[in-house]
Design a binder for this molecule. Structure first.
Ligand SMILES: [Zn+2]
Ligand SMILES: [Zn+2]
Length: 358
């Protein structure tokens, strides 16, 4: 294995709201006790990277995110290989192993949420978006005890989006509580999360109605959606009612617009479930009247990424070719342009940056 350099190229944001710079002299981390050093091959770009660097993201109840690390290095859906083992790493870890870089970086394993297998909500948890440098760098130190070990027989660039978009969409579809044959509406079906949600819902037996702008029609139907609804030129609520009769059994909102959430509630039949995974920037509020939620007996659930065990289920679905992330690979330094395209909302599927070629 090649020698590990002392410095590396990273995508750095010095101040919140500042530009992305690519310094070439950022230190390569030294793996500490029970840490591995991984060389990053590919990383996906998530909308929350864009929102976080511009500080339009907020924590629960609109509370600003605390312990935010500056300068900031984003990226939380990376795939790399172990190139170094810190002191105390178990003998089950070896150089060359394919690993994932996810949103969560460390968990305590002792709090109520960790013990319940929902460690993504760990009370002492840290993540690669706010607290630690993420996958927009060539080398990263990772906690060996909370390491995402990937199967060896996968294409790292295709697996990268599963690490955030995939698990988030998968958990959103699980939360929608569907059964085979149910109508499930995916709002934002052509986007990074949405195009994965369409496929997970298909695998679980749902009839999917993909909702997005008209230029995404062929893309969404190509993913296996039963119907496509163009929300620009038609009334999406009326169309979903026409297709389903009573309304959809469930809706997964992967879009980041407030209106999408109220539309979703209107599309649901009585007793339906709304699963929220998209996040409008800032402190956007629900616009649905409470009486509508009561009278229609709606269930509204939210989720953030998913647990390690749910991630491994999502990884397996892609390894077996049942869910195929649709990716466009770009050079690492294209990140600022990718952010511009994300703001326009015109991207189909997921952008994956090539950080290093081997
Ligand atoms: Zn993400
Ligand atoms: Zn915990």
């Amino acid at each position: 294995m090649a020698e590990i350099p002392k410095v590396q190229t990273v995508a750095l944001v010095r101040e919140i709201g500042g530009p992305v710079e690519f310094p070439t002299d950022y230190p390569v981390p030294t793996p500490g006790n029970n840490e591995v050093l991984a060389k990053i091959l590919y990383t996906g770009v998530c909308l929350s990277d864009l929102h976080t660097k511009d500080a339009v993201a907020a924590g629960p109840d609109g509370i600003p995110i605390t312990r935010f690390k500056l300068p900031h290095i984003g990226g939380h859906e990376g795939v790399g290989r172990i190139v170094g083992l810190g002191p105390g790493c178990g003998s089950d870890l070896s150089l060359g192993t394919l690993v994932g870089i996810r949103f969560a970086s460390r968990v305590c394993r002792r709090c109520e949420y960790c013990l319940a297998g929902t460690e993504q909500y760990c009370l002492k948890g840290t993540n690669h978006l706010h607290h630690e440098d993420g996958s927009f760098q060539e080398y990263i130190a990772l906690d060996a005890d909370y390491l995402t070990i990937l199967p060896d027989d996968v294409d790292p660039k295709v697996m990268a989006p599963v690490l955030c978009a995939g698990i988030t969409a998968y958990k959103g579809v699980l939360g929608a509580n569907i059964r085979a044959g149910h109508w499930l509406a995916v709002i934002g079906a052509g986007g990074g999360l949405g195009h994965m949600a369409v496929q997970y819902a298909k695998v679980l037996g749902a009839q999917v109605i993909g909702i997005d702008a008209p230029d995404k029609r062929d893309f969404v139907l190509g993913l296996g959606a039963t119907e496509f609804v163009d929300f620009v030129n038609t009334d999406p609520v009326q169309r979903v009612r026409e297709i389903t009769g009573l309304g959809a059994h469930s809706a997964v909102v992967t879009a980041g617009s407030t209106k999408a959430f109220s539309h979703a509630c209107e599309m649901l039949r009585t007793g339906g479930t709304l699963s929220c995974v998209g996040m409008p920037p800032g402190t956007a509020k629900f616009e649905t009247p409470i009486c509508a939620i009561v009278i229609k007996a709606l269930k509204i659930v939210g989720s953030v990424v998913g647990s390690m065990s749910e991630l491994m289920e999502a990884v397996e679905l892609t390894r077996r070719g049942l869910v195929r992330p649709q990716i466009q690979v770009r050079p690492f330094k294209d990140l600022p342009h990718v952010y511009e395209e994300m703001e326009k909302g015109t991207l189909k599927g997921r952008i994956v940056l090539e950080v290093s070629s081997s």
